[in-house]
Design a protein around this ligand. Structure first.
Ligand code: PLP
Length: 427
């Protein structure tokens, strides 16, 4: 029995999954711990890894990531609150929103939370706040857009010429302006870039990192000492949604970075990463129940309870965010060609619009009412992100001491959660 089968079977035994199930999100904490140890094994000790909370904002998951040694990268006041609730100390949090209010900025600087400045207007606000709080321990950086182009998905590419993020490095005389900005502000000790997320090649990400590393060197030389001590190189490692294989691996990314920017792998700079999707996606899954099936125009349709409310990207942009599904019968047996007829199937969600589909025209073992559908690799940016408070699924955290143990399923199961607050408070 593979691990996912075990999880389903354990959850059925523990009555987490039953005939009343609509949809449930499961996080595998043992898998998560292994992923974090893979990250630490791939990079040297001058790297500090923070987790991009936007990818999974569940307090229990964040507490675990903190225990496994990660910091937290937050991009909104809500994420900051959640990270603090999960126990991250100020020095391990970095605030990256592009729309920070003056109050956001003040509370970061007052409470020693590090941040990256997005633009010149924000810089003016920080100048004032540094006068107000000269003793702050916040480490402050400038977010730089290297303008090196997009990956395969426009909406997750952040280093295009016209990106909304950061200071456009190659426009006008911005490069020289940036050198002057750092020269006049000895408290600017970090520099940040994030080339993009899913759809970006490792070489594109590494090229962005190379540009800000060279810029940091140029600025430090112009100043005559090493004022910039931290390089914040963003997240963005893509995830393979097509199979259970972890490709690319953290080691492959580290190898590409080492080849492109060897300086990162010396002790000269502290390097901070902000991985999100690659930490959590493969350690989470959704299980939903088939409510009805029918045939329309020769297509088998299985209607479930997981759709656009928790699979938002897939429902609206299916070409960019395809997901794999596996069917299970109500006793937990995996459906295969040997126990069910293979038919062209659409697996649908519950929302009232035609595009609310998890997958379209897939050859699957025939699903029947009360079967379960497991939606793979959904631990990041799916049920862990609360686009629709009222449709939040129940959330379960799976831990197993070993592959063969089933008793430890569901340390925490929220059966009646109606809102984000319910989940966060009860977890
Ligand atoms: C600044 C920043 N850091 C990190 C991330 C995490 O990216 P990913 O989940 O692709 O690793 C994002 C996501 O867009 C981001 O904007």
């Amino acid at each position: 029995m593979n691990r996912k089968q075990q999880i389903i079977n354990s959850a059925i035994k523990a009555n987490i999954i039953d005939n009343n199930l609509t949809a449930i999100g499961i996080m595998d904490l043992n898998g998560l711990q292994k992923t974090v140890s893979d990250v630490y094994a791939a990079f040297p000790e001058n790297f500090f890894h923070t987790f991009a909370v936007k990818a999974n904002a569940l307090v229990k998951v964040l507490e675990s990531l903190r225990e496994y040694g990660m910091g937290a990268e937050v991009a909104s006041p809500g994420e900051l609150l959640i990270a603090q609730t999960a126990g991250f100390p100020a020095q391990d949090i970095i605030f990256d929103s592009p729309a920070k209010t003056i109050n956001d900025l003040r509370s970061c600087i007052k409470n020693d939370i590090s941040l990256n400045i997005d633009n010149l207007q924000e810089l003016e606000r920080i100048d004032q706040l540094m006068d107000e709080f000269p003793e702050t321990k916040s480490i402050i950086g400038f977010r730089v857009n290297p303008q090196i182009g997009a990956g395969k998905i426009g909406s997750t590419s952040t280093a295009t010429a016209t990106s909304k993020f950061g200071y456009a490095l190659t426009d006008n005389d911005n490069r020289q302006q940036l050198v002057n900005i750092y020269k006049n502000r000895p408290w600017l000790k970090s520099i940040h870039t994030h080339t993009g997320s899913q759809g970006c090649e490792l070489t594109l990400m590494a090229a962005g990192v190379k540009i800000i590393t060279e810029l940091a060197e140029e600025i430090n030389t112009a100043i005559g000492q090493q004022q910039i001590t931290r390089l914040d190189i963003g997240g963005g490692l893509p995830v393979n949604f097509a199979s259970d294989d972890v490709t690319p691996s953290f080691q492959e990314y580290a190898d590409t970075l080492k080849e492109t920017v060897p300086l990162l792998f010396t002790d000269k700079y502290q390097v901070k990463t902000e991985f999100g999707r690659a930490i959590v996606a493969k350690n989470g899954m959704i299980i939903t129940r088939v409510e009805y099936t029918k045939s329309s125009g020769g297509r088998h349709i299985a209607t479930t309870h997981a759709g656009a409310q928790i699979l938002t990207r897939t429902a609206f942009l299916p070409k960019f965010w395809p997901l794999r599904v596996t069917g299970y019968s109500s006793d937990g047996t995996e459906k295969t060609a040997s126990n069910a007829e293979i038919v062209a199937t659409d697996v649908a969600g519950p929302c009232c619009f035609a595009g609310d589909l998890i997958c379209v025209n897939k050859k699957l073992p025939k699903l029947v009412p009360n079967d379960y559908v497991l939606i793979h690799d959904t631990g990041g940016y799916y049920f862990t992100n609360h686009f629709d408070y009222n449709s939040l699924p129940r959330v379960s955290i799976y831990t197993a001491q070993s592959e063969s143990t089933s008793e430890n399923v569901a340390m925490s199961c929220i059966r009646q959660a109606q809102s984000l607050e319910d989940v966060l408070l009860k977890m």
